[in-house]
Design a protein around this ligand. Structure first.
Ligand code: TXE
Length: 498
């Protein structure tokens, strides 16, 4: 049955009147824990304490806030193996990737902690004597963090690390597929010593808890990662309230392979990009656009490598790919396989659910490769599973046109040894991230992460120095120490040289 969790509000686990739901292991079907589908009252209680705690948290010196983040990073480091197993068991990514999820928490918390001693503003010269002008960042208030299941610790860490160092308190609503990861995450923050009310977590449905957070009058910004449709809804609600919103909504990321590409390097990258985390990374490589001169060679090698992948128990170190995260994910992927077949795409390998033995208990799918034409749905829509669509291009310009023909704009990549193509692609690809001679996945926390077009309509960026933008506003300060009323040029008739 697993442990029975409540909601984490005001530094304590509390009971909720809401019905309970189970979280399960997608590889075995085992129930791991139960959580409440929280009520509106629970959301209101969480926002209330987050608002109260904000008053003292915002005044806590940023370096002190950073020390707490650093302490949390230390605990994550100590518990890395144990927490990685929780990630793998609840979400299904292989253990090496579970460790990676926790490592991202550590990396980002360390990075954000340092930001507490920087958080630079500017000092700017005044037109007038004895007057000083400067800018400072201030926290917006209590914020809502709404997270998906694919990076069940890393994404809450990216969002909360930035919010906390900025001086915001938060209410986290994790995906109902991975509440246990979120609970373990919050427990570490509690152990690190964040004051009660600074860190809050409420589990439950999107319509009650998600909407409840976004619509609450005291929530001053929302950071959301998830699907485009949900993101659009959150965007609309945030716009009605006129609050800041950060959106990171999926992708249809492409690798472009030019005719001079190192094919071995390319295939290694494509395998990692397309089938890592069973294709369920926002930056997963879901399209491979190959120059027609090397198309046959690339496809042959790719199919061979895909058929060699070991799909199975994600806790077994020898496994290359675990299950997809849920029955819904499995259905969605199989539906896209059917769509591809229906539209006449050529299935090169895979396409089926794996059956027999331990596979029967989980959501295991074959690594799948389709040869697809550019306007087909498999070339345009996010599948979010182990399905790669391969397309052929005549030349560089054609490859770019295909790459940019989708509504998303998260990650992108080009494999070439020709500087002309590499440097042009950095400008021509409509995406928030471009890799050269590396796959579309593999973000580092000290750089901005996010996209353009429908991936990131608000153009906010997580991670990197830009992470603070979602949670702060700029205050401009003028200090006049002349002892008399001085007027800036706009308020005086005299113009310089006039
Ligand atoms: O996402 P949802 P799901 C894509 C991917 C995937 C699809 C669905 O294509 O197959 O989205 O995944 C909460 N107000 N990505 O169902 O529904 C929800 O409870 C506020 C890409 O997980 O968008 C969860 O906590 N919140 C993506 C979060 O939103 C609401 C990663 C995301 O859920 C809500 C994940 C509402 N009305 C999925 N309704 C990426 N970019 O990596 C739901 N939620």
């Amino acid at each position: 049955m697993g442990e029975e969790y409540g909601i984490f509000v005001g530094g304590k686990w509390r009971k909720s009147e809401g019905k309970r739901f189970e979280t399960t292991n997608p590889a075995t079907g085992e129930v791991l824990a139960t959580f409440p589908a929280a009520t509106k009252d629970d959301v209101n209680a969480a926002v209330k304490v987050a608002k109260e705690a904000f008053e003292s948290w915002r005044k806590t010196p940023a370096p002190r806030r950073g020390e707490l983040l650093l302490e949390a990073a230390r605990i994550f480091r100590r518990k890395k193996e144990e927490l990685a197993r929780v990630v793998t068991t609840e979400m299904g990514k292989i253990l090496a990737e579970g460790r990676g999820d926790v490592q991202e928490v550590i990396d980002f918390f360390e990075y954000a902690a340092g930001e507490g001693r920087r958080m630079f503003g500017e000092t700017v010269p005044s037109e007038l004597p004895n007057k000083m002008c400067l800018t400072v960042r201030l926290p917006v208030g209590p914020v809502g963090l709404i997270t998906p299941w694919n990076f069940p610790m890393a994404i809450p860490a990216w969002k909360s690390g930035a919010a906390l160092i900025a001086g915001c308190t938060f209410v986290l609503k994790p995906s109902s597929l991975t509440p246990l990861c979120a609970a373990r995450f919050v427990e570490v923050l509690d152990e690190a010593g964040f004051p009660p009310g600074v860190v809050n977590m409420v589990t439950g449905s999107g319509s009650v808890v998600g909407d409840g957070i976004v619509d609450h009058p005291d929530i001053r910004a929302v950071s959301f990662t998830g699907g485009v449709d949900t993101g659009r809804h959150v965007y609309e609600s945030a716009a009605k309230k006129m609050i800041k919103v950060g959106l990171e909504l999926g992708g249809k990321n492409a690798i472009l392979a030019m005719d001079d590409a190192d094919v071995d390097l390319l295939i290694d990258g494509v395998m990692f990009g397309a089938f890592g985390t069973a294709g369920q990374r926002c930056t997963a490589t879901s399209r491979l656009i190959v120059h027609e001169k090397i198309y046959d060679q690339v496809v042959d090698e790719l199919v061979e490598r895909a058929e060699d992948l070991k799909v199975g128990d994600p806790l077994d170190e020898r496994t290359d790919m675990g299950p997809v995260a849920s029955l819904d994910q499995e259905r969605k992927v199989l539906e896209y396989v059917a769509i591809g077949r229906g539209e006449g795409d050529k299935l090169l390998t895979g396409g089926k659910k794996l059956r027999g033995g331990k596979h029967d208990k989980g959501f295991f799918l074959e690594p799948t490769v389709f040869a697809v034409e550019r306007k087909k749905r498999l070339a345009q829509e996010e599948i979010f599973g182990p399905v790669l669509s391969v397309l052929t291009a005549k030349d560089y310009a054609d490859a770019i046109a295909i790459a940019n023909s989708v509504k998303y704009g998260l990650s992108s990549s080009i494999y070439t040894n020709d500087l002309r193509w590499a440097f042009r692609a950095m400008q021509d690809l409509e995406a928030g991230i471009t890799y050269v001679n590396a796959p579309t996945i593999g973000a580092e926390v000290q750089l901005p992460f996010g996209g353009t077009k429908e991936t990131g309509p608000t153009d906010t960026r997580e991670a990197g120095t830009t992470a603070l933008e979602e949670f702060t506003y700029w205050k401009t300060v003028y200090v006049d120490y002349s002892g008399r009323l001085q007027k800036a040029q706009i308020d005086t008739a005299k113009l310089v040289g006039g």
